[in-house]
Design a binder for this molecule. Structure first.
Ligand SMILES: Nc1ncnc2c1ncn2[C@@H]1O[C@H](COP(=O)(O)OP(=O)(O)OP(=O)(O)O)[C@@H](O)[C@H]1O
Ligand SMILES: [Mg+2]
Length: 322
């Protein structure tokens, strides 16, 4: 194992919720609870789990778009969560994000040129106007966009073309690390494979590292190096993709995999297992999955299992993972 390119240690993210005017309580939503992940150079690290489990929050915290209330985030060994803006600027050029919806993520009033030039102008102020133009042209070529697109506006493009432009924007500063948050789920199925292939080719050409957030299991199986399964703001299981699919250790992972018909495009979105998600504002004391778990015993309701490494290398947060 090489040194991680991105590492989180014990990060927590809390969102204060609106208070009821008759109540003294200040409810707080625990969106991430002691999340530890190390993402290795060149890998595609997938994050999966049901809606609301904290996938986007993890991506946004790593990108510095929100501040964790505890823990550390490192990029190439340097602590970034406490860095001031000026020190962090050159690191921002090396870490970029692709969002789910290319209709919302591109500014409708900006030409493609302006959209692609902006990150270079902002994050690499030493670049001349000529350098900026050269970088924009190079990234358009690399992402399969035509040079004639430069003067056009987002509304002139299809969803797939817009996502290509969004990927070009993420790559224009030559980053090493990309957070891709459901980058294909807003696209037509016929276009999804094209965008995935593009991301695959770009990864091979540039040695990119991806944090890939998705609920689509077929994407994880074909595209992921490792997978973290999240539940209510915690990592429940972390394993190599092949190991996770062939020998899931956490009952939550097992239930998710069992519930999914073995069809292309199987999804974590609507797992068909009984039980409600506990309220993330008032979390039960033990394992957060205990109320839905078929294997739960008294210990599970009393004592929260830590994420631990099993003999096969899988990490799982379950007292009975063996
Ligand atoms: N700005 C915010 N203020 C309050 N609560 C928030 C905020 N952002 C996220 N949350 C809550 O934090 C939890 C985690 O949200 P997050 O968006 O990270 O989930 P997700 O796994 O990305 O879900 P999805 O699959 O629906 O995108 C959810 O309960 C969500 O409602
Ligand atoms: Mg999300």
């Amino acid at each position: 194992m090489s040194d991680p390119i991105v590492e989180t240690k014990g990060i927590e993210v809390r969102f204060p919720l609106p208070t009821h005017f008759l109540s003294r309580e200040k409810p707080v939503l625990h969106a991430l609870n002691t999340v530890d992940v190390g993402i290795e150079p060149g890998e595609t690290f997938c994050v999966v789990g049901e809606s609301g489990c904290g996938k986007t929050t993890l991506g946004r915290a790593i990108m510095g778009l929100l501040s964790p209330s505890a823990g550390e985030i490192r990029f190439k060994g340097a602590r970034i969560d406490t860095m001031d803006d000026a020190t962090r600027k050159p690191i921002r050029a090396q870490m970029q994000m692709v969002f789910q919806n290319p209709y919302a993520s591109l500014n409708p009033r900006r030409t493609v040129f302006d959209t692609l030039a902006e990150p270079v102008q902002h994050l690499m102020p030493e670049k001349s106007a000529k350098d900026v133009r050269a970088q924009v042209e190079a990234v358009l070529d690399a992402t399969g966009c035509d040079q004639s697109w430069q003067r056009r506006l987002p509304h002139e493009f299809s969803g797939g073309q817009r996502q290509r432009i969004a990927i070009a924007r993420a790559l224009v500063t030559n980053p090493a690390f990309i957070v891709a948050d459901e980058p294909i789920s807003a696209l037509d199925v016929s276009i999804q494979a094209q965008i995935l292939n593009l991301m695959n080719d770009l990864q091979a050409e540039r040695g990119l590292t991806y944090l890939f957030i998705t609920h689509d299991l077929s994407v994880v199986e074909h595209f992921g190096t490792r997978v973290a399964v999240m539940y209510l703001g915690r990592v429940m299981e972390l394993a190599d993709t092949e190991t996770l699919f062939s020998a899931p250790k956490h009952p939550y992972t097992q239930l998710l995999l069992d519930a999914i018909p073995k069809l292309e495009g199987g999804s974590f979105d609507k797992p068909r297992q009984p039980g409600e998600l506990p309220d993330p504002v008032n979390m039960p004391p033990g394992c957060p999955f205990a109320p839905r778990c078929p294997m739960a015993e008294d210990r599970c309701r009393a004592e929260r299992p830590a994420l631990r490494t099993l003999p096969n290398g899988t990490q799982a947060a379950c007292h009975f993972a063996e």
